[in-house]
Design a protein around this ligand. Structure first.
Ligand code: NAP
Length: 284
């Protein structure tokens, strides 16, 4: 994490706005009212309603609930393959122009002049990086240079792809946003690369990708010991091992519970147990 970004704002928890459609504005507003200050979206109408996020942000600023400087807004550039017909750019344009067009639309949707973090939603291929990824990354570096974004990063990357991004990057890769599987040691290999390169790892699907592991007796015992929910234990675990967690909950109670994971600490042995939960044989 660059010093400049750390000084400005370093989110502890991020509210994700995927799959909310007509409820996007209401739920984003609710998340802000509950205390979330970091919001994740994407200029990908198929899964996100970015303009709905912008409506909530604009309303919250107008009503004096938050100031723009207190907010951490993150959005993404998504290749055509991840989009439906509602494209935010001309698909025939070179990738660098697609990034520019998508980014400008994001500013318009969100009603802001600056994006705190801009993410490549996923590489153009399953393995390794393509020419498109290098071109897109350069275009994102240009946005950073021009001062329109605070940080840039990548999502849905393998360890190998992340190493390649780190190699080609002229400006630092500030964030990785990945689905975090307990069975892969909570994405251990990618997180190790992040640690070694001062990259903040954002984890999503912490609950939904790990349903089986989270039914374990061992996790229930930790939750009971702290008188917390299993979700709170998972989010607390994430924070303590250096993961910036995302939640996209639609429930006000869960929003408040998720944020309240800052109110307790797990012991080192509990962190170790959760780190290796997928390998504990007698718990399922
Ligand atoms: N980069 C990418 O490709 C990518 C992909 C997926 C997601 N994301 C980002 O990550 C965000 C979060 O997505 P997610 O996949 O982690 O799933 P999610 O949208 O956070 O869904 C969590 C599920 O767990 C349930 N839940 C139960 N107890 C909960 C609790 N205490 N706190 C939170 N949820 C609880 C929720 O139900 P209730 O609604 O009833 O609480 C919901 O069904 C997305 O909105 C998006 O911003 C990014």
């Amino acid at each position: 994490m660059t010093g400049e970004l750390e000084e400005r704002i370093m989110p502890r928890f991020m509210y994700g706005t995927a799959w909310k459609e007509d409820e996007t504005t209401r739920l984003t507003r609710l998340a802000l009212e509950c205390g979330f200050r970091a919001i994740d979206t994407a200029n990908q109408r198929k899964h996100y309603y970015e303009a709905g996020v912008g409506e909530a942000v604009g309303g919250a600023i107008d009503d004096g609930l938050v100031e723009r400087d207190e907010l951490f807004l993150q959005t993404k550039f998504t290749y055509v393959a991840g989009q439906d017909h509602r494209l935010p750019y001309d698909a025939d344009a070179p990738f660098s122009h697609q990034v520019e067009q998508s980014f400008n639309k994001s500013l318009e949707h969100l009603g802001v002049a600056f994006i705190d973090s801009y993410i490549l939603h996923g590489p153009s291929r399953r393995m390794g990086l393509g020419k498109a990824d290098r071109e897109v990354w350069r275009a994102m570096e240009k946005l950073l240079e021009e001062g329109n974004v605070g940080a840039i990063g990548v999502s849905n990357v393998t360890a190998d792809q992340l190493r390649q991004f780190v190699d080609i990057a002229e400006a630092p890769v500030a964030f990785v946003q990945n689905r975090c599987f307990a069975r892969a040691g909570w994405d251990r290999e990618v997180r190790q690369i992040c640690d070694a390169n001062d990259i903040t790892y954002q984890g999503f699907s912490l609950l939904t990708a790990n349903v089986r592991e989270l039914q374990s007796e061992a996790i229930s015992e930790v939750a009971d010991r702290h008188e917390r929910t299993i979700a709170q234990v998972v989010f607390r675990f994430a924070v303590q091992v250096g993961i910036l967690p995302l939640t996209g909950t639609t429930s006000e109670q869960h929003m408040r519970e998720d944020l309240a994971c800052s109110e307790f600490d797990l012991e080192d042995e509990e962190l170790e147990l959760i780190e290796s939960i997928a390998g504990i044989p007698d718990t399922f």
